[in-house]
Design a protein around this ligand. Structure first.
Ligand code: F6P
Length: 326
């Protein structure tokens, strides 16, 4: 393998708070170790359409506390085609980039895996998504901040739910995973979490209404993971209107507010550690792995495993939501 001299960084897919802290850590650790750094704008789009800029230590000043990503992000259709990836590779070579650090979620890391198979490019991935749906890491960059954003919003909704004695369905993001829903339900003392992982096992709404919460409770908050297949919180509230008309149901969809905001200390530290570890991994000759942290230790996770959706949710926590809301 030729020696790496210049590392390109990009952020791709949905943005996540802490991506900037990761960009900072990758850039500064790379420079510290004698590498050149290039910032690739708008994810893979920047590779395909040649939007590549020189990065210096100052390029990442004053960003650790900022949400979003200074590199911008996109979901790039062109990179999903062999022609697009060929152009991306040619632009990368012309810019003198020998290795890539890709910060993103499962789509971005899947793209990285395909690119690395087709071209001889060392790529290291960092888990950047609020969804926490990547294997081999306890937490992804942005997940903790999003959880805290949800918690603050639900605390406010609790006031009005209680005053009006209403049943609130609060829809949160998560793509196809229920981590945000389940753990925000625990953090807010919600009456239930309705998550995709349980969708085929039980009628979660009927279970909740019939057995799930104390009849004497006059208000309740149910956190619902977004789910285009079932219609999410809106569909549940419609069902309540028809099947359980005694409840005064309301829906709040938190939406993209969950993706913004200044990252929590947890996400800044996670992003800083992972960013440093990505350069360390390249120095050790690692390639085509996502860097994670499990039980406090850095892990190298093959892209295929990271995106395989085999990180089970903790069913004890689902039970705990119910026990703690009796
Ligand atoms: O993957 C992050 C995420 O926020 C998911 O939770 C959500 O399903 C999706 O992105 C929304 O994507 P977009 O911003 O393209 O609507």
């Amino acid at each position: 393998m030729a020696a790496i001299k210049c590392i390109g960084i990009l952020t791709s897919g949905g943005d996540a708070p802490g991506m900037n802290a990761a960009i900072r850590a990758v850039t500064r650790t790379a420079i510290f170790n004698g590498f050149k750094v290039k910032g690739i704008m708008r994810g893979y789009k920047g590779l395909v359409f040649n939007e590549i800029v020189d990065f210096k230590s100052q390029s990442v000043s004053n960003i650790i506390q900022q949400g979003g990503t200074i590199l911008k992000t996109a979901r790039c259709k062109e990179f999903q085609t062999p022609e697009g990836r060929k152009t991306a590779y040619e632009n990368m070579q012309a810019a003198g980039i020998d290795a890539l650090v890709v910060i993103g979620g499962d789509g971005s890391l899947t793209g990285a895996g395909i690119f690395a198979q087709e071209y001889d490019v060392p790529i290291v991935g960092l888990p950047g998504t609020i969804d926490n749906d990547l294997g081999g890491t306890d937490s992804t960059i942005g997940y903790d901040t999003a959880l805290n954003t949800i918690m603050e919003a639900v605390d406010k909704l609790r006031d009005t739910a209680s005053s009006h004695e209403r049943l609130f369905f609060v829809e949160v993001m998560g793509h196809t995973a229920g981590y945000l829903a389940l753990n925000s339900a625990l953090a807010t003392g919600s009456e239930a979490a309705i998550i995709p992982e349980m969708e085929t096992e039980v009628d979660q709404l009927a279970e909740l209404i019939n057995h799930g919460f104390r009849k004497s409770k006059n208000s309740a908050i149910v956190i619902v993971a977004e789910n285009p297949k079932t219609g999410g919180a809106t569909a549940l509230a419609e069902r309540v209107k028809k099947e359980f008309p005694q409840y005064d149901a309301r829906v709040t969809i938190l939406g993209h507010i969950q993706r913004g905001g200044s990252p929590t200390a947890h996400d800044r530290i996670l992003a800083s550690r992972l960013g440093e570890a990505s350069i360390e991994a390249l120095l050790q000759g690692q390639r085509n792995v996502m860097i994670g942290i499990r039980n406090g230790e850095i892990t190298y996770v093959p892209f295929s495993k990271a995106v395989s959706h085999d990180k089970p949710i903790d069913r004890n926590n689902l039970e705990l939501v119910k026990i703690l809301s009796i």
